[in-house]
Design a protein around this ligand. Structure first.
Ligand code: HEM
Length: 538
């Protein structure tokens, strides 16, 4: 009897779940309180049940659909999304009036918490406000100035690494007409990822990960020991963030089944992630513990690296410091490496811009072969008008963040529309950064020229440039990231000429060489290669 009852209860429960899901999929759109917001025609729900619209499609909607700042569309399982389609709407969402009423959604939270640690990006409310207050001074102008020469030192190491790679992959004998220049087909991906890891190691923790130096070593030579996990860290970290087509498919699948289930699957990719994250946490633990031992009491001069400054503020517990360390390693590396690669991709496709930039760099920055590593200053680079215009345009045109997400937790108003708890909001740095309605008819053209005589680049609304987000949750590392890009782009373009292998198959957008999977950054596939020629003389 009990058995039969249990079966009946299970059948009832299953029927309930199925009915709720069917209602959710088919009926909830008709009951939506946002029906007055313009929406695209997306076709029959059955054909798009497992489909999440991506940026190019959303950009097309922004062009075609008359709107007052918001567009409504349906994503996976026919879930409703409210899309932020104007800078004013972005200000309502991200600005200080509403920022804390919208939180990062569960999917992003779980992924970030597992892969990037519990840190600023996913902290909310007062916990975030208090933590952010402590981190802001670590990115002060004085800190930026102080750390700049170190960034240039790592850049020179990167240039020397690429020089070796080109020599090892030479496709043509040294050409006498260009005074012995070397030309090869190679990839810059691992090098710039390694550089970004070493850079955050210096600035954040005053440690040497030696990732660039270790790139050519065998894995077996880079062993983690009880005393020091760092030697194995950099290479493993590069491996974890490597983007392959198969990996992106796995991520797509993970978004269907949900991150909790995805991260518990007994498959090799998940095992690798957990294995590497174990190493990352041990590395963070080692960095924090070592520093705690060396700073036994508060003393003068605690303004060196980020961790030392944070520890001097007596706000975070040991466990929190470890989590924030894991977090900054993630937030500060792939973002910069990705943006650098997109810069090189775009410049390889625009030889005239590349040439002009090289001339400016060579005329104003002493050749690294001649000058010592420390012979540069931040102002020397921020004064290079064309370099700054190019970097700004790369960041505008090719924001690595394609779609970012929020969930409403408290009633708010966006573009005059009352938004209720539970509403899913999507905004797109990529789409708003290039919207012709605000940037002019050439908004979707890569054109550094726009920044040369106009510091606004042509769009004066501060929320029309969202590469670093906006409001109280704007990227805390923005200026450091900009400085890293100034150095890496100047160093790479100063010494090398880059050309695409397949100029006619590729585009400036780069969807052929990267993936704009909606929930992550727009990353380049690990097989991406270029023609690289060393231009003698610098
Ligand atoms: C080109 C490089 C970078 C880009 C494009 C970028 C972009 C962003 C964006 C868009 C956000 C806001 C996300 C949102 O609102 O959902 C953000 C937040 C954040 N970024 Fe960056 N970032 C970059 C580099 C860095 C670096 C170098 C660091 C650290 C050294 C860093 C640390 C952070 C942190 C901690 C947050 C969370 C801030 C908060 O919520 O208070 N980022 N970043």
């Amino acid at each position: 009897m009990d058995h039969q009852l249990a079966i009946k209860a299970l059948a009832l429960l299953s029927a309930g779940v199925i009915i709720t899901q069917v209602m959710r999929v088919f009926l909830s759109p008709h009951l939506s309180s946002y029906k007055h917001i313009p929406a695209p025609k997306q076709g029959n729900v059955l054909f798009r049940l497992l489909y999440e619209p991506r940026v190019p499609e959303i950009e097309a909607w922004m062009d075609k659909i008359p709107h007052s700042g918001l567009i409504r569309y349906y994503g996976i399982f026919n879930r409703e999304r409210i899309f932020i389609a104007s800078p004013d709407a972005a200000k309502d969402l991200l600005g200080s009036a509403n920022s804390y009423k919208f939180i990062k959604p569960e999917l992003q939270w779980i992924l970030a918490n597992n892969i990037a640690g519990h840190g600023l990006l996913i902290q909310e409310g007062d916990e975030h406000k208090e933590a952010r207050k402590r981190f802001n001074p670590t990115f002060s102008p004085a800190q930026m100035k102080k750390w700049f020469p170190r960034l240039w030192g790592t850049t020179i190491e990167t240039m020397n690494g690429l020089e070796k790679q080109v020599q090892q992959n030479t496709v043509a004998a040294p050409d006498t007409t260009t005074k012995g220049s070397m030309r090869g087909v190679t990839s810059i991906l691992r090098l710039v990822s390694a550089a970004s890891i070493d850079m955050i190691g210096h600035f954040g923790y005053d440690v040497e990960f030696k990732t660039l130096q270790n790139l050519s070593k065998r894995r077996s030579q880079l062993k983690e020991t009880v005393e020091d996990p760092k030697p194995a860290f950099g290479r493993a970290y590069i491996e974890m963030f490597k983007t392959t087509r198969r990996g992106q498919l796995t991520l797509n699948a993970a978004s269907l089944i949900g991150p909790k289930i995805a991260l518990a699957l007994p498959i090799p990719a998940v095992k690798t992630i957990h294995g590497i994250m174990g190493l990352v946490r041990r590395t963070a633990e080692h960095i924090v513990t070592t520093r705690e031992r060396s700073i036994s009491c508060k003393s003068e001069g605690l303004d060196t690296d980020m961790l030392t400054m944070i520890m001097g503020m007596d706000h975070f517990s040991h466990a929190e410091l470890v989590e924030q360390t894991v977090h900054f390693l993630a937030a500060g590396t792939e973002t910069v490496a990705g943006s650098t690669c997109w810069a090189i991709h775009l410049l390889s496709r625009h030889p005239e811009i590349q040439h002009r930039l090289r001339e400016e760099i060579r005329a104003n920055v002493t050749s690294p072969y001649i000058a010592g590593k420390e012979a540069v200053s931040e102002s020397q680079f921020t004064n290079l008008k064309y370099l700054n215009a190019v970097v700004e345009e790369v960041l505008r045109f090719h924001s690595i963040n394609t779609l970012l997400w929020r969930t409403c937790i408290e009633p708010a108003t966006i573009s005059g529309v009352p938004v209720t708890k539970g509403t899913a909001i999507v905004f797109s740095p990529w789409a708003l950064n290039r919207d012709p309605a605000h940037w002019g008819p050439d908004g979707r053209v890569f054109n550094p020229e726009r920044w040369l005589n106009d510091p606004s680049g042509g769009s004066e609304h501060p929320y029309s440039f969202l590469t670093f987000g906006g409001g109280p949750r704007r990227c805390v590392g923005e200026q450091y990231a900009r400085n890293e890009l100034l150095c890496l782009v100047a160093g790479l373009i100063g010494r090398f000429q880059f050309s695409p292998l397949n100029p006619y198959k590729e585009s400036d957008e780069g969807q052929e060489i990267g993936d704009n999977f909606a929930l992550t950054i727009f990353k380049i596939y690990s097989g991406w290669k270029l023609q690289v020629e060393q231009v003698p003389g610098w």
